[in-house]
Design a binder for this molecule. Structure first.
Ligand code: NAP
Length: 253
């Protein structure tokens, strides 16, 4: 029987990297489904614009917090403040991520460190802070943003590929540790999604990528947000340790 209940009504969700692209779209989808949101990114300004958009939909205004996911202290502060305000944390989406592409032999240590620390360590730090609360609650959903590049590798993206493969292994390991406490941990591996991150690529690169996508189009942030919504909702209560590719068929197991 169809129900009018929103899929995330009464749930509290933290989303990192919510100022644009995929993270912003996930925020909009979660808000429409009734979630109380905590949105983070490095600058408050860009988050305020997202907050206005969400308020204009008639949804509850999100709680905004500026933090760099490399900063463990700030993450703890954000977690504590979220708990003070909402008394629980049901969903964590580790979406913040960057690229610093370059050929492997010329890759600087700084570019390696920045990508690994933001993408992989940032995910670890947020998961560690929030999972303690979820374990006590005996309930929680963690969604980590990986990439198909973490599954198949990519020339010019050794640092990014390593960070995303690390996120996949981290997801599976923590899913095994926390399953008995009903904390479910999954990853999404998007293929090519049209955002600022991919808009930086040349037309030539984009055309050659397009040829590798069976459905023949690039993905949109909403394609990823819909899968994040499934993983955040009660529809996935028996799903953990999985990597769901959202890539138009680019990578098939
Ligand atoms: P985007 O448009 O560049 O957005 C990245 C988000 O991460 C922004 O909100 C940014 O906010 C935030 N961020 C970056 N560094 C941060 C840091 N140190 N601390 C906190 N927040 C930080 O990228 P996107 O395309 O939406 O990608 C989102 C996620 O999906 C990333 O993890 C990316 O690797 C993954 N992904 C994307 C694609 C794709 O084709 N687009 C494919 C596979 C996977 P501020 O700059 O305001 O801090």
């Amino acid at each position: 029987m169809p129900s009018n209940t929103k899929r995330l009504e009464g749930k509290v969700a933290i989303i990192t990297g919510a100022s644009r692209g995929i993270g912003k779209e996930i925020a909009v989808y979660f808000a429409k489904e009734g979630a109380s949101l905590v949105l983070t990114a490095r600058s408050l300004e860009s988050l305020e614009a997202v907050s206005k958009e969400i308020a204009a939909l008639g949804s509850q205004e999100p709680f905004l917090f500026a933090l760099d996911v490399k900063n463990a202290e700030k993450i703890q502060e954000m977690t504590d403040k979220t708990l003070d305000k909402y008394k629980r944390i049901d969903i964590l989406v580790n979406n913040a991520g960057i690229t610093k592409d370059g050929l492997f032999v010329r890759m600087s240590e700084a570019d390696w460190d920045e990508v690994l620390e933001t993408n992989l360590k940032g995910t670890f730090l947020c998961m560690r802070a929030v999972s303690k609360i979820m374990m006590k609650q005996r309930h929680g959903k963690i969604i980590n943003m990986a990439s198909v590049i973490g599954l198949i590798g990519n020339a010019g993206q050794a640092n990014y590929a390593a960070s995303k493969a690390g996120i996949i292994a981290l997801t599976k390991s923590v899913a095994k540790e926390l399953g008995s406490r009903n904390v479910l941990v999954n990853a999404i591996a998007p293929g090519f999604i049209d955002t600022e991150m991919t808009q930086a690529l040349s037309e030539e690169t984009k055309n050659s990528i397009l040829k590798t996508i069976p459905v023949g189009v690039f993905g949109k942030p909403a394609d990823v947000a819909k899968v994040a919504l499934y993983l955040a909702s009660d529809d996935s209560n028996f799903v953990t340790g999985q990597v769901i590719t959202v890539d138009g068929g680019m990578v098939m197991a």
